[in-house]
Design a binder for this molecule. Structure first.
Ligand code: PMM
Length: 265
């Protein structure tokens, strides 16, 4: 018997930054950001993932005070409107303030490198996403085997979170597609997701508009929403728990295609 199909949770991306690679500057003012967060939900997102620091290669690190100034009013207003919010941050202070304002997920692109952030996750009833990334060292030869190395790194991240007191059922792992990984490495990871799973923890994957998809379609990052949706639907078939996308409507309809095919089988 094939396993029943469960549609993944859709995280809608809301970057409140002047410089993110695909939507930088567009939602920098709080009103515009809140409006876009509401639009993401109307378009089918289950959660809005609010970030105040660009993770684009070469982006300037942001002072935590500035990051808070960008995200906190937006988190507060989305939460007060009944919207589920995830805070995309590497900073313990930002995570703590956002959780106090009602965010229910801490999404850490540093995979819990900051023990302070792990303490915040342990002390609050929130989900913790541990995304895989390695620091900004020399690019070439970073991975001997991207699948095996990512799996081992994620295992270490999870062990640190468990040791800090975060319960396993609140931890989500993420292979960190596009984070100092070549196009070939991204495809290898996507084709071997089961090998990077940690125990039976939930997995989130973000491919949306990423540069490796630019090899498939010419043009601005938005032109990658179609291939993002196809890939996200394929990931749903691989029992991924959540997908993180800029354009929920296209991805949700692609996932619905998979659901109907499965239901009719
Ligand atoms: N990618 C980006 C930012 N945050 N968080 C998770 N968990 N997974 C990702 O793949 C991820 C992330 C970079 O993309 P953006 O600049 O479009 O936000």
């Amino acid at each position: 018997m094939p396993k029943p199909f469960i549609a993944p949770v859709v995280f809608g991306v809301l970057n409140v930054t002047p410089d993110s690679f695909s939507d930088g500057g567009r939602h920098a003012a709080p009103d515009a950001a809140v409006g876009h967060g509401q639009a993401l939900i109307r378009a089918g997102a289950d959660v809005v993932d609010v970030g105040g620091e660009s993770t684009r290669p070469g982006a300037q690190p942001v002072d935590p005070q500035e990051e808070l100034r960008r995200v906190l009013p937006v988190v507060e207003r989305l939460v007060s409107g009944g919207i589920r919010v995830s805070i995309d941050t590497r900073r313990a202070a930002v995570a703590e303030a956002a959780v106090a304002a009602g965010a229910t997920t801490v999404n850490d692109v540093d995979g819990g490198r900051d023990p302070g952030l792990l303490r915040v996750a342990a002390a609050n009833p929130v989900d913790l996403v541990l995304m895989h990334s390695r620091g900004p060292a020399a690019r070439d030869g970073r991975y001997q085997d991207v699948v095996r190395d990512t799996a081992a790194d994620l295992r270490r991240s999870v062990d640190a979170a468990l040791a800090a007191g975060v319960p396993a059922e609140r931890i989500v792992v993420d292979p960190g597609i596009g984070f100092s990984k070549s196009a070939e490495e991204n495809w290898r990871l996507l084709a071997h997701l089961d090998a990077v799973r940690v125990d039976d923890l939930r997995m989130l994957v973000g491919v949306s508009r990423k540069r490796f998809l630019g090899e498939l379609v010419d043009g601005a990052p938005e032109t990658r929403d179609g291939v993002t949706a196809v890939l996200s639907a394929l990931l749903a078939e691989q029992r991924v728990w959540g997908v993180r996308v800029h354009d929920p409507a296209t991805t949700v309809s692609a996932i619905e295609v998979v659901r109907r095919m499965r239901a009719a089988a």
